[in-house]
Design a binder for this molecule. Structure first.
Ligand code: HSE
Length: 405
């Protein structure tokens, strides 16, 4: 790779692609030539020279003068095909596709090792917040005890507006969609999948543990109602959707759940589409990173920073991952990392329900508070995590679960 001016090819020219294009054009120090942009829809008007656009991925993947492929498309399978082809043919890749990265992490890691290529993806988690390289480079895993983050701008925006405007979930969601904020299909955001993919990527760089999306619990805010916000408000709390990963002895506790947060919690102050990530270490104590978690220019700037990092041959060393693998090997442990996921603990949770039968699937150990009325029923109870974990396949439409700190 030439170290002065990179030849860059883009896949996708949507929100992030256009943001990257703008920040790249405004960068006075960083030089890169956009050689080609591959897009899907020939009918769409683009604000770049037609000669730059192609609809055929082969126009890029068959060239041998591209230094970096930047992948920013929404089709997970196609993104995986493009990224693996590029890595396999010796081209470094920057990607912002969190679902693709979390789903195919093991395969992509192997491809990097085999071909000596780099795949970096700061824009995939936390938007503009430089968290992946920070976890990878700065924190030693011996000392890092937990990460907890608001990693999804859409849900935080919805939660903030419900609370500040006293409005119900359906209304705010509709409004957010009409204003072009939430996706036309917001399921991945509201059901916690987007937060899950990002939590899995952060867990790899924080602790070295590699889990698949269907191995980790994610409950979102899809069943929230204003009654839950009102309850939080009365107690002086806020509800936030949090991705959590922490060491627990030799194992790890990892999940995505709504949480009540207190005013002295840094995540309480994270409003609207902002993201916030709290990292806790034995000696560093708590540190919180906040910034815009979504949007064209913030994510584009994270992607630009990755492209720039490739000019000095940066690649993730996967220090924590390699160390964990070495340790597991020495201990004679085989198989995937799922055995490292701790499910044997209890969480204190608020559960709003319609009918008591809906609680039958839960391992409720101790009820601390119970409230019944014609409008709202809820309990606050210590619940066995495994039974919550089982809800990830189907939480139904009536239960809202929120962690009580
Ligand atoms: N849908 C995502 C969010 C986009 O709302 O945070 C950024 O990853």
């Amino acid at each position: 790779m030439s170290n002065d001016k990179l030849s860059v090819a883009l896949f996708g020219f949507g929100c992030v692609g256009q943001g990257l294009y703008d920040v790249l054009n405004h960068s006075e120090v960083f030089q890169a030539d956009i050689a080609r942009i591959c897009v899907k829809d020939p009918a769409k008007e683009r604000r770049v020279a037609a000669s730059l656009i192609t609809f055929d991925k082969e126009d890029i993947l068959n060239r041998n003068d591209i230094d970096v492929v930047v992948e920013m498309i929404t089709d997970t399978e196609e993104a995986y095909r493009i990224v693996s082809r590029a890595l396999g043919s010796g081209v470094n890749v920057v990607s912002a596709s969190k679902k693709m990265l979390a789903t195919y992490f093991s395969e992509l890691h192997e491809l990097q090792e085999k071909n000596g290529t780099a795949l970096i993806y700061e824009g995939s988690a936390g938007g503009s917040i430089p968290i992946i390289r920070t976890l990878e480079e700065y924190y030693d895993n011996e000392l890092l005890s937990s990460i907890r983050g608001i990693l999804n701008g859409t849900t935080n925006y919805i939660l903030t507006r419900m609370e500040l405007e006293g409005r119900d979930y359906g209304e705010v969601l509709k409004d957010a969609q009409q204003n072009g904020f939430a996706e036309a299909d917001p399921w991945s955001d509201v059901a916690g999948y987007d937060t899950l993919y990002k939590t899995l990527l952060l867990s790899i760089h924080a602790f070295g543990i590699v889990l698949k999306p269907d191995e980790v619990l994610n409950l979102g805010i899809q069943n929230i109602s204003f009654a839950d916000i009102r309850y939080a408000r009365e107690k002086g709390l806020r509800i936030r959707l949090i991705g959590f990963a922490a060491k627990a002895g030799d194992k790890f506790r990892i999940y995505v759940l709504p949480h009540f947060v207190k005013p002295d919690d840094e995540l309480y102050k994270v409003q609207y589409e902002y993201n916030g990530i709290e990292v806790e270490g034995a000696y560093s104590c708590k540190q919180t990173f906040t910034g815009k978690g979504a949007g064209s220019h913030p994510t584009g700037s994270a992607v630009l920073s990755d492209i720039s990092a490739l000019t000095y041959n940066y690649k993730y060393a996967y220090k924590k991952l390699n160390k964990l693998r070495r340790q597991r090997h020495e201990q004679g442990q085989t198989g995937n990392d799922l055995s490292l996921l701790d499910k044997d603990f209890t969480l204190k949770v608020y559960i709003r329900f319609k009918s008591k039968d809906e609680l039958a699937r839960l391992d409720i150990r101790h009820v601390e508070e119970e409230y019944r009325s014609p409008e709202v029923n809820f309990i606050i109870a210590e619940v066995g995590f495994s039974s919550l974990y089982a809800l990830r396949d189907d939480i139904g439409q009536n239960l809202f679960v929120c962690v009580v700190a």
